[in-house]
Each structure stands twice: as structure tokens, then as C-alpha cells.
Design a protein around this ligand. Structure first.
Ligand code: FE
Length: 206
């Protein structure tokens, strides 16, 4: 994923959605996308731009800001907004209209080496997403030469734990509440069955 920084102003940019705001309907409605992308994601980018003014972090990529501020209490606001900006850009790319189904052969082989079957991998991802207590994220990551499923709280990211993210599912309530209310499992299972973008995971393996 490319860095989203304006060359002219060194400001972080809200990256364009990789599809129309109604392209994930009915799994995720245009209404959800309009708030989630247009308000929540945008606010993380805008807040980050305000917070880095006058600091040594101006002009750095999101990845560099995330690793530079992780675990530092006095930098928590910057970390949270930078990580959420990164996580959301990664999430939009983790979904695709008419996604789901079988992963491409090369990824399928890797999944089977780590989880035995694709279904077991999907099940583990669904379990992580539904059991994450409160706000957070479920991830498929490359950890060494193994694929693993992990979950993170709030803005936390596998990037700070040495693992390479391949796919993510946002399980903050703002990701599903307008469409599914409290039924997080229905959102998660529909996303995995119908929207998950295996090709993006393949791109991230490289
Ligand atoms: Fe979100």
C-alpha cells in the first residue's frame, strides 16, 4: 500500500475508496460507508495532520509514525490516529465487491500449510473477529513463514509486533452497527463469504 502523503504539503491524505460507496451493498450499505469512510476514516487523517504539526513526525509515512509512537504514552493520540488511518486504508482494500470464495492457488497453498484447510482459516478469522472484546480488528498476517490470525484492540496493529498484515476486518461498532446493530457475527460472516479480497492478501505476500 502506498504512502498517502501530499508531496506539496507533507499532509496525510484520505486515500480514495477503491470502489463506489454502494459497491459493497447489501453486505455493507452505502450509508455505513458514508459514515465509516467519509466521517470516521477522514477524522483520523484530519486529526493526525493537526497532531503532528510542530513535531519531528511531520512528513513521515504512516508506517514510520506508527512504529515511532507505539507504546509511548505521551504519543498515544498520534499513534491512535496514525494507526487508525493506516488500518482503515488497509481495511477498504481487504474488501472487494464479489469477493470471498476460493483464494488464488499460491495463497491457498500457504493457507493450507498453516491452517490445514481454507475453511479452518476462515473460521479462525471469524472467531477472532467475533470474540475481540470491544473495539478492534481481526487480521490475517504473515508471521515468519507462517500465516496466523490475530486480533488487536482499538487502534493496535500487527505492524508493531513484527507481523506483516495480509487482510483485516474492522470490528469497531461503527463498521456494522447501522446495518447489523448488535449482530457482529452476521457482519463478520457476510464479509468473509462475500467481500474478502484474497487477491489483496496475495499482493501483500510479496
Ligand atoms: Fe472503522
Amino acid at each position: 500500500m502506498s504512502n498517502q502523503i501530499s508531496e506539496k504539503t507533507s499532509m496525510h491524505i484520505l486515500p480514495p475508496l477503491p470502489y463506489a460507496d454502494n459497491a459493497l451493498d447489501p453486505v455493507i450499505s452505502a450509508n455505513t460507508i458514508s459514515f465509516h469512510y467519509g466521517k470516521h476514516h477522514k477524522a483520523y487523517v484530519d486529526n493526525l495532520n493537526k497532531l503532528v504539526v510542530g513535531t519531528e513526525l511531520v512528513g513521515l509515512s504512516l508506517e514510520k509514525i506508527i512504529t515511532a509512537t507505539a507504546g509511548k504514552a505521551e504519543k498515544a493520540a498520534i499513534f491512535n490516529n496514525a494507526a487508525q488511518a493506516w488500518n482503515h486504508a488497509f481495511y477498504w482494500n481487504s474488501l472487494i465487491p464479489n469477493g470471498g470464495g476460493e483464494p488464488p492457488a499460491a495463497l491457498k497453498k500457504k493457507i493450507e500449510a498453516s491452517f490445514v484447510t481454507v475453511d479452518a482459516c476462515k473460521k479462525e478469522l471469524a472467531t477472532a473477529a467475533t470474540t475481540q472484546f470491544g473495539s478492534g480488528w481481526a487480521w490475517l498476517v504473515l508471521d515468519g513463514d507462517k500465516l496466523r490470525v490475530v486480533k488487536t484492540s482499538n487502534a493496535d496493529s500487527p505492524l508493531t509486533k513484527g507481523a506483516k498484515p495480509l487482510l483485516t476486518i474492522d470490528v469497531w461498532e461503527h463498521a456494522y452497527y447501522l446495518d447489523y446493530q448488535n449482530r457482529r457475527a452476521d457482519y463478520v460472516n457476510s464479509v468473509i463469504d462475500k467481500l474478502i479480497n484474497w487477491s489483496f492478501a496475495v499482493d501483500n505476500l510479496r
